[in-house]
Design a protein around this ligand. Structure first.
Ligand code: F6R
Length: 249
């Protein structure tokens, strides 16, 4: 379940190639996508691979995990902006098939309900890409989020606001709430890869490794998924017993 790579770049190369192969094999795939620093080299590599292989993307559909409440799509720290900057625009995705929950809309409850329904109406996710927060969150499902949750509004924990505050000029600008796909939506994906890189993720990866399936550690539910792979670089793997890790390169 735990695969270790020599560096974040090696992990990104492997994961982006895996995504390319999935898109080539199933051009109509439904992808669940994540944002964050971990994904930046993955998307950078994927854009290059898509160009090099001239991969058609016209039938691909994507659903992002989350968005900050209160940020418009054109806000530079919104996840909508991030996705267009790092993947959708440079790779040439069809914008009309790329979905993110909206951070601003008249009826947020309805937005949440319809987001989960839309994933189901498309036939469910073929593949879900995940990062992990230093508190074990997946998407923005913070500790103690019910495992049967669908898309919902979440109040961000202090820990998450501090972690993500690095992208904002002032503490007061750091959003307090987000809309996130629920854990049940994520677990509905046919295949899941969670990626974590860097020394700052070593502790949470060790906690995840040791944890029983417990809502206190949201990512622990992944241990019950039939097709889960957890990718870590050597720094993020530092506190996991070496014999439990499959080395890729
Ligand atoms: C982002 C998301 C989050 C991040 C996590 C790790 O869409 O769903 O769960 O994956 O916070 O973020 P980074 O990669 O910035 O450490």
């Amino acid at each position: 379940m735990f695969f270790v790579f020599s560096s974040p770049e090696a992990l990104a190369r492997h994961l982006s190639l895996q995504l390319l192969q999935l898109i080539q094999k199933k051009p109509t795939a439904i992808l669940g996508l994540a944002t964050g620093s971990t994904m930046e080299p993955v998307y950078h590599n994927l854009c290059k691979l898509i160009h090099d292989h001239q991969t058609p993307l016209g039938q691909l559909t994507t659903f992002n995990l989350d968005e900050y409440v209160g940020l418009a799509p054109e806000h530079p720290q919104s996840y909508n902006y991030y996705m267009h900057q790092h993947l959708f625009n440079p790779a040439g995705f069809d914008d009309s098939r790329c979905f993110l929950p909206r951070g601003i809309c008249a009826d947020m409850q309805r937005e949440c309900k319809e987001y989960s329904e839309k994933i189901q109406a498309c036939g469910g996710l073929d593949f879900q890409l995940l990062g992990i927060g230093t508190n074990g969150h997946i998407g923005f499902n913070e500790p103690y989020t019910p495992f049967d949750s669908l898309t919902h509004i979440v109040e961000l924990s202090e820990n998450t606001r501090i972690d993500n505050g690095r992208f904002f000029d002032n503490w007061d600008d750091v959003p307090t709430h987000a809309v996130t796909m629920g854990i049940k939506d994520i677990m509905g994906a046919k295949e899941i890869v969670l990626a974590a890189t860097g020394a700052h993720k070593a502790e949470v990866m060790a906690q995840l490794f040791q944890s029983s399936v417990d809502e206190a550690m949201p990512a622990s539910i992944l241990k019950t998924h039939p097709c889960i792979r957890i990718y870590v670089d050597e720094q993020a793997a530092a506190l996991i017993p070496a014999e439990q890790l499959t080395k890729i390169d």
